[in-house]
Design a protein around this ligand. Structure first.
Ligand SMILES: Nc1nc2c(c(=O)[nH]1)N[C@H]1C(S)=C(S)[C@@H](COP(=O)(O)O)O[C@H]1N2
Ligand SMILES: [Mo]
Length: 201
C-alpha cells in the first residue's frame, strides 16, 4: 500500500504520472499575488454574477439565486504555470454547463471571456469549456473561498494552466470573436495546456 509520507515508490510514481512536464507537487494551494496590490473583497450580499453577450437570455444571479443551481463536489488537479501543482484539491461548485444552459448561448457564441472583480480577464473557446470539466467554485476544502483564493466564487478549469481559472468571478461574457485576456496579452499562451507545456506564446 502507498504510504502517506511518499516514501513508497509506487505512491511517488502514481503521483508523478499525474504531473505534467516541468511541474512539482505541493501540499497546499498557493495564493498567487494580487494584480491590483490587494485581493478584492466582495460581500455575498453585494455579489452578483452576470452571464451576457451572445446569449438568448442574459442573466444576473444574486448569491442566493446562484446557490439554487445544481451543486457538485469536485476533486481535481490544479497546475500553475509557475511550476507547482496541487493534486486532489477539493471544491464544491456549479458546472459551467448548467450556467451556460440557463442563458442559451446563440449559435454565434464561439468564445467566452471571464471577467473578475479585480479587472482580471481570461479567454477560452466555448467548445473547450463544453468538452471539459469546468465549474464555478463556491467552496474550497468544504469552506467559503478566502479572498486570496478568489472568493466568493471562482472558476476552476483543471485541464489548463491555473491562469485560466478566473478568481473573484463577476461576469461570463459570450463572444463571436476571441479576446485574449490579462495574461494572454502579456506573453502567456492563448490556450495553456500543461501536458503540452503551452506556457508562453
Ligand atoms: N481575478 C483573478 N483571477 C486570477 C488571477 C488574478 O490575478 N485575478 N490570477 C490567475 C493566475 S496567474 C493564477 S496562477 C491563478 C492562481 O490561483 P490561486 O491563487 O488560487 O492559486 O489564478 C488566476 N486567476
Ligand atoms: Mo499564474
Amino acid at each position: 500500500m502507498p504510504s502517506k509520507d511518499g516514501s513508497n515508490q509506487s505512491y511517488i510514481n502514481a503521483k508523478r504520472d499525474r504531473l505534467p512536464p516541468g511541474q512539482h507537487a505541493v501540499s497546499k494551494m498557493v495564493a498567487m499575488p494580487p494584480i491590483q496590490g490587494k485581493y478584492p473583497h466582495i460581500e455575498k450580499k453585494d455579489w452578483n454574477l452576470r452571464a451576457w453577450g451572445e446569449v438568448k437570455k442574459e442573466k444576473i444571479w444574486s448569491w442566493d439565486e446562484f446557490l439554487k443551481l445544481p451543486q457538485k463536489d469536485y476533486k481535481i488537479d490544479f497546475h500553475c504555470v509557475t511550476s507547482w501543482s496541487k493534486l486532489d484539491q477539493e471544491f464544491t461548485g456549479i458546472d459551467f454547463s448548467d450556467i451556460s444552459k440557463a442563458v442559451s448561448p446563440k449559435s454565434t457564441a464561439l468564445y467566452v471571456i471571464f471577467e473578475c472583480y479585480d479587472g482580471y480577464t481570461t479567454n477560452l473557446s466555448l467548445k473547450e469549456l463544453k468538452e471539459n470539466i469546468v465549474f464555478v467554485a463556491i467552496k474550497m476544502d468544504g469552506r467559503d473561498i478566502e479572498d486570496k483564493f478568489g472568493g466568493p466564487a471562482r472558476v476552476v478549469i483543471p485541464h489548463l494552466y491555473a491562469w485560466k481559472s478566473a478568481k473573484s468571478l463577476k461576469a461570463i461574457r459570450f463572444e463571436k470573436q476571441d479576446e485574449p485576456g490579462f495574461w494572454e496579452t502579456r506573453g502567456y499562451h492563448n490556450h495553456g495546456d500543461p501536458w503540452q507545456e503551452e506556457r508562453y506564446s
